[in-house]
Structures are given as C-alpha cells and as structure tokens.
Design a protein around this ligand. Structure first.
Ligand code: GTP
Ligand code: MG
Length: 206
C-alpha cells in the first residue's frame, strides 16, 4: 500500500443542492472546496487522470451544485474498493446575484454538518493570490467542525520558484500553519498529485 492506491475508474453520480438530494450510499467521501475559478475541477480531473469528468471552464461560477463522483481504486491485483469525491460549489464569484453569492455558505455548511460519510476536505487556494475573507471563513469552519483537511495551493506553474515559495509562506502565515503543510499543485505539470492522493488514501482508510 506504500505506493499509494491506483484510481482505476471514476463515475459521475449526481448533482445535489440540499441534503435530501445527496446520493444514499455508504462510501467514504472526500470533498473539494475553494474560491470560484481556483482550479477545483482541474485538480479533481488531474488526480482522477480524467480529462473532463468534473466540468472545467474559463468562465468562473460554473459549479453551483454539489457534484458527487464514485471512484474505484486498486491497492494491488487482488484488493480493490470504492470511495467518493465531492466537488463543492465555488465561492466568491462577483458576477452572480447576492442571493446566489451567499448560498455557498449554507450549502457547504449543511453538507459538512449532515454528511456523515465525509472523511476529509481539500481546501484549494490559488498560489498567486493572498488569502481572502471567504477562504478564512472556510478554513475556520473546518477547524471548528474538526474536519480533517489538506490545504493545496494550485496553479503553481504560473509562478517561478522564488515567488511560489514567498506566496506559500505568506498564505501559511495567514492560515497560522507551517509552510511545509501546504501542498503546491499544478494541473498541467502534475505537481503535487502524489501528495494529494496519499492524503486521500489516509483519510479513506483510517
Ligand atoms: P468553478 O467550478 O467555475 O468555480 O471553477 P474551478 O475552481 O472548478 O476551476 P477550473 O478547474 O474550471 O479552472 C479554472 C481555470 O483555471 C481554467 O481555465 C483552467 O484551465 C485553469 N487552471 C486550473 N488549474 C490550473 C493549473 O494548475 N495551472 C494552470 N496554469 N491553469 C489552471
Ligand atoms: Mg468547477
């Protein structure tokens, strides 16, 4: 199991808004959350090695629903299993109505509160940008609800090493955590894929 599990198949299950819409299944679940356009769907597609299972777009605000995917993994030739991945609605997109803009918090918070299958959350930040108030709210919510979480800084390929390190340092200072705990990620370069998969594996199994 040391090498990490291998994802062999992924399938879109359904989109949901409220808890009564969530799929009824007893699978360990890992959710992905972050600002709109941060690269959430790209990260999901990259770790699943799929081009477009989670819809990506250059127009922010496309994912306003909670999207559930089932994943089949293999540990070795004889052992396999399933878990789920959840793409939560992106927050902070300015060009939608105020009502829509504020619905993210209710949707995400009720998902956190109601979803007993939830084993961990990956909070995605843009490595080029500083932490904003909504990222802070999200991070505080994860801490307060004692949900295991991993912080990933994506679009790392858009910065040179020096600026990347500087930004990771300032992000982690604002999050009040050690810089070594943030995972730099890049969808095109596949940076950080292994770390993210290993973390998911730990949450799913233990
Ligand atoms: P919404 O669901 O609309 O909120 O967006 P999202 O967070 O799912 O972002 P998405 O994956 O759709 O990516 C938004 C844009 O950023 C797309 O144009 C992606 O190609 C680009 N992008 C995402 N990840 C990376 C990355 O690691 N590097 C680079 N260079 N571009 C990326
Ligand atoms: Mg998306």
């Amino acid at each position: 199991m040391n090498d990490g599990f291998r994802i062999v198949e992924s399938q879109f299950v359904k989109s949901a808004v409220q808890p009564s819409d969530y799929p009824q299944q007893a699978l360990a679940e890992i959710a992905f959350v972050g600002k709109s356009n941060v690269g959430k769907s790209s990260l999901i597609n990259t770790i699943l090695a799929r081009k477009a299972i989670a819809k990506t777009s250059s127009t922010p605000g496309k994912t306003q629903l909670i999207n559930f995917f089932n994943i089949r993994y293999k540990l070795d030739e004889s052992q396999q299993g399933y878990f789920s991945i959840v793409d939560l609605p992106g927050y902070g997109y300015a060009k939608v109505s105020k009502k829509q803009r504020d619905s993210w918090k209710v949707m995400i918070e009720s998902y956190f509160d109601k979803r007993t299958e939830l084993q961990g959350v990956i909070l995605i930040l843009d490595s080029r940008h500083s932490l904003d108030s909504k990222d802070q709210i999200m991070h505080q919510m994860l801490i307060a609800k004692q949900i295991p979480h991993l912080i990933v800084a994506t679009k790392a390929d858009k910065l040179n090493q020096k600026n990347l390190m500087r930004n990771l340092k300032s992000l982690t200072m604002d999050l009040n955590m050690p810089t070594s705990k943030i995972v730099p990620f890049s969808a095109p370069n596949k940076t950080g894929v292994k770390e993210v998969i290993m973390w998911i594996q730990r949450q799913v199994f233990y």
